[in-house]
Design a protein around this ligand. Structure first.
Ligand code: KG4
Ligand code: ZN
Length: 336
């Protein structure tokens, strides 16, 4: 506690970002430190798990110290620690979980395990201070594409999810085909701004009628076939047309899920939620269809520890506490 405020320390190491953050229980972010390994993994065209683990180990304590310093608090003032238990890369998750357990044990601070996807959804509470469930969440990241009914802080229903590639994975793969650097998503987003969205038609895979599932694995092949068969290709046009195809599917299915649940709030979550076209399209839809759209700032959409701290707080409030037996779990399930 400091100045009467309940302080939560979040720790996130599920992929290639080592992150620590201090927030208050009233949704104030006091620090949000992220050490990204993007430049290290870029040369390999993707995250190399073994290298990621080594860097988490090197970075975790400096990042932790920085997060406490920037928040102007000491570890003794922290009331709760939350760490990502999974899903993610096991060797990467272990570093964050071990750090959290050591701090919890030595300083006698309660400890919570956080599901990474639930963390992404919780970023919205930091963005919109009066947001309360129920709402619908569209989780679009490098590993997940899910439509989730958030019935309560710790009660989730998965309405639909990808049957193969995640949206971010499709962005990264197509970006690679177009010769863009890792991580491809943000670079493709930039390139697409210079292209024509209707230059090439890529099939929108909607699956069975009424299905809220997604399938994005075919589109990379379609893009590759197009590039191989056409002589004069314009990369920006391909980027814009591909992006439009993905965005069309995401928007259409999100609207179907809003109708199904009757919820009037849509929360975007995960790295792909920072895609400029997806944001613009959903903003237009929210105005015409009359739902409110909550789209966290980019820094809260991509992997960070503030969202993990927020999720930990709501788990703590319901008594989901861990002891020193807490383990990382690469395929940790959501609370459904
Ligand atoms: O949530 P996140 O940081 O990590 C995971 O939990 O996966 O998401 C990373 C994913 C990557 O696939 C990245 O290319 C994608 O989000 N991404 C984007 C954009 N920014 C990040 N995809 C499309 N447009 C963007 N602006
Ligand atoms: Zn993530």
């Amino acid at each position: 506690m400091k100045d009467g405020k309940f302080l939560v320390l979040g720790i996130e190491t599920s992929c290639d970002e080592t992150a620590c953050s201090v927030i208050t229980s009233d949704r104030e972010v006091l620090s949000n430190i992220i050490s990204s390994q993007i430049d290290i993994h870029k040369v390999y065209g993707g995250v190399v798990p073994e290298i990621a683990s080594r860097h988490h180990l090197e970075d975790i304590l400096p990042v932790l110290k920085k997060a406490l310093k920037e928040a102007n608090v000491t570890i003794d003032e922290i009331d709760l620690i939350g760490a990502t238990k999974g899903p993610g890369l096991i060797g990467a998750l272990i570093i964050g979980v071990a750090t959290a357990k050591a701090l919890s044990f030595t300083k006698d601070i309660p400890l919570c395990a956080v599901n990474h996807t639930e963390g992404h959804i919780s970023a919205a509470y930091l963005e919109k201070k009066d947001l309360e469930p129920p709402f619908l969440s569209l989780v679009v990241s490098g590993g997940h594409t899910k439509l989730i009914a958030v019935d309560d802080y710790n009660k989730f229903r998965v309405l639909g999810e990808t049957r193969d590639d995640a949206a971010g994975e499709a962005f990264d793969k197509v970006a690679r085909v177009l010769g863009l650097e890792y991580p491809g998503g943000p670079n493709l987003d930039l390139l697409a701004k210079k292209g024509k969205r209707d230059a090439v038609f890529f099939k929108r895979v909607m699956l069975e009628k009424d299905s809220l599932d997604f399938s994005f694995s075919g589109i990379k092949t379609s893009v590759m076939n197009y590039i191989n068969n056409e002589k004069n290709i314009i990369k920006a046009d391909i980027a814009a047309s591909f992006q439009e195809a993905i965005v069309d599917v995401l928007v259409e299915k999100a609207k179907m899920a809003l109708e199904l649940t009757n919820y009037d709030k849509l929360v975007m979550a995960g790295g792909v939620a920072s895609n400029s076209r997806l944001r613009a399209r959903l903003e237009e839809e929210s105005l015409s269809a009359g739902f409110s759209l909550i789209c966290p700032a980019k820094i809260l959409c991509t992997d960070n520890a503030a969202m993990i701290a927020m999720s930990a707080y709501y788990r703590y409030k319901e008594g989901f506490l861990e002891d020193y037996n807490m383990d990382a779990d690469a395929s940790y399930k959501m609370n459904i």
